[in-house]
Every structure is written in C-alpha cells, then in structure tokens.
Design a protein around this ligand. Sequence first.
Ligand code: BG6
Length: 478
Amino acid sequence: MTFKTDFLWGGATAANQLEGAYDVDGKGLSVTDVMPGGKERLGILDSESFDWTIDKEHHTYPNHQGIDHYHHFKEDIALFAEMGFKAYRFSVAWTRIFPNGDEMTPNEAGLKFYDQVIEECLKYQIEPVITISHYEMPLHLVTAYGGWKNRALIEFYGRFAQVLLKRYQDKVKYWMTFNEINSATFIPGLSQGLAPLNGSKERKNIFQAWHNQFVASAQAVKFGHALNKDLKIGCMSIYSTTYSFDANPVNQIATQQSIQEFNYFCNDVQVRGAYPAFTHRLYEKYGVKAEDLDITAEDLALLKEGTVDYIGFSYYMSSVESQTGEGVEASGNMVLGGVKNPFLQESEWGWAVDPDGLRYALNDLYGRYQVPLFIVENGLGAIDQVNEDGTIEDDYRIDYLRKHIKAMEEAIADGVDVMGYTPWGCIDLVSASTGEMSKRYGFIYVDLDDEGVGTGKRSKKKSFDWYKEVIASNGKNL
Ligand code: BG6
C-alpha cells in the first residue's frame, strides 16, 4: 500500500501569518494583531501585565504586514500551482468577515477577498482546504466578552462559520473548525483569547472555553452536513508523540496521562462526540469542579450530532515525559515541555526531529479513532542563506521532509488511511510562536527580515523543485 491516486499533496498557511493588510477593507483587529514580534512573544502573552493593546513604542508587530499575501495571492498561488499542489490549506481571517465578531451581517469586502483566493485555487485545480479559525479571533470578543470562556461566542462563531459554509459549499469540500484546539493546554491566549488578565491562570476557564469551542465546532459540523452532505469537516489538533524517559512505571503512567490529556482529550470529544472517561481525573489534576462548568444536556446531545469526518493534525516533533525528574529539560521546546531525547537531534529552535514519531502518531490516531487522517502541518523551521547568485540550498529541509514522507508511507503500509499532506508554511511567513520571519519553513523564499525590512520578492528554494517532483511522482521520487 502506498499513496492513493487522489492523495492531497499541498501546503498550509494561516491568514494572520501571511496576509498582512491587517487594517484594510474593513478588517477589524484580531488577537494576533496585538501580539508583538520576537522570541518573547508567548511569554508576553502569558504575563500578568499583558492587556491586549498595541504598544508600538516598545514592540514591532510583524503580523500587520505578514508577507503581504493580501496583495500577492495570485503570484503565490501560481507558484503553488507550479509545484503541482493538489490542495492548499489556508484560514479565513474572522475579522475580515466580522470585524468585531458580534455583528449581525458580514463584511462583503472581506468575503470578496476569499472569493478571489478560492477562484485562483480552482483555476489550477487546487482543492481549497479551509481552517475556519486559526489563532485569529476578533480582539473585541476578548476585550468585551472575555474570550472563549463566554458562551456568547458559540453564537458569534456559528454566524461566521455558517456564512462561509453557505457561500463556499460548492467550491470548498474540505474544512476544519479550529486550528490546534488542544494548544490551549499551553497557549490559551492564541486559541481561546485568554491571558492572565482575563482568566487564563484559572484552569476552569480553559475547560469552559474548550467546551464552548467543542459545541461551536459540533454546531458548525452539523450545519455543514445538513447543508451539503459532500462536505468533509474535520477537527485539528497538535499531535505530540510522547515517550517515557525510561521503563520506570511512574514515568510510564505519567506518559500515558500526558498522552490522554494532550493527544486524546479534544479529539475524543470531536471525533467520538463525548467526553472521555478520564475527564474527571483531568479536572481533579487542575482543581476544577465539574459542577462549576456550564455544560448542558443539550450541549452533550449536540456534541454527538456534530462529530467530524476526519482528523487534521500538525506534527513537528516528539516529546519525552519524566515524572521522576531525570533528564535534561527541553528548554527550546517552549510549547510541549518535557525533557530532551538523547536519541534525537533538534532544530535550531530546539524542536526534536523525529520522523518515526510521525509513523507512531498515524498508527496511534488511526487505531483509536478509525477515521481518515490528514497531516495538515509538518516541516522544519530553519534559517536559510541566500547565495550570491540568489539560490537557496535548503538540503536540511529536504532531508526533514523526505524522512517524514517516508514515515508516512510506512504508516500507510501499516494500514493507516491518510488523506493528504500539507507541509506548513509552504511559502515563508511569520512564525506563530516567535513572530520571526527568520524561522522559515517555505519552498518559496520571501525577502523580508524580522523587522519586516526587504523587497518582499519571492524566489524558489532548492526544495521547490524537489517537492514538485515528489508530487508529480505521487511520493515515489523522494
Ligand atoms: C502550528 C501552528 O503550531 O505550528 C502554526 O498551527 C505555526 O500557526 C506552526 O506557525 C509552526 O510554529 P512556529 O512557531 O514555528 O511558527
């Protein structure tokens, strides 16, 4: 068994990280628009003083400019088409459609932009894959409503999702409701609009926010299926293959619990339509009382009715759990934590490179859920050097992707149903965790530095032609 003939090879991006044009054509401010650039950005978001305002005196805001895809999407999509993309995953900036999030009618100018993006994809027979919400909720929903812990957001998200599903149902078959929904474990600011000032340190709020997102997601799935039975609507979470530091049962149990919490909790609700059996243990761990959460019988019924068609997930690295405290802290791994894996090398940003971990992930998810899997993010963030003649020899990126594609092929041979592969940041864009341009993932180089200085010119890296051949040979020529 190998890649299916209709395998969705492509690439992935998110609106806030590449579009730029953060205040044009009626767009409102999103949470990422107030997030400063720089390695310390997640720390700032998590600090007691972070108040969701723009402070241009002390910080830069690279998301405001992105790579100006808003004005270059035709050129960018033409390059994707040249690589032979079968699919392009992108997100819709909620604030282009509902600038504050709580309006009754959408902003037509915002929709017109996505009309054009979708038309451009279809022109090249590229299947658009839409993430409805990718780390870019309207800022007003945070400042006026307190973020996702407020139930009112279910209705606002519902309005947004329904506008998109109705308008694009005949053109867009593949959807995902929320990007990396489980990331709130570590970064509730980005995915739930929760910082210390509006309650991120109280775990109850994170669970309530998740619940509201689960209901909103189920509602969108139910709506989409009733609208058009051909739509395929997925969930999307981070998968971290998690190993125990050693065979000590204490570490093994801690590893199992970490897997349940991080890899299964959200997927269980969205794929199986019910909270998993270990939920009360998770509440206990964080001192949350079930009776303090607003979870109704109607909500639980809706979760069952709005289960997803597939699992989209991101996979970049694995992590190691050491409850006994042995091992060296994986300090570069800001998001997942844990200790270093002595058997693996790390990227320049401290992310443990582990292709076998992807095979493990695919087998684990398929074994537990038996629904098709879509790897919607994977890749190597690295510093690229431009040679004097303008060429960029990113062999390290080719090596990373080649090994992960091989691992994916092994998993398919193991019997796993994999729908597609859209590596992250197919064109260089602003990093989500550090706000840097220099953490590059693309097959296409964009001439901009961390301060946003540069021509913005696009050029092909060595990996461009390599990936083109991978797609043309349906994964044979690696
Ligand atoms: C995922 C996100 O976490 O990883 C993307 O969905 C993000 O938005 C990607 O860009 C890579 O992370 P980073 O921090 O290197 O940009």
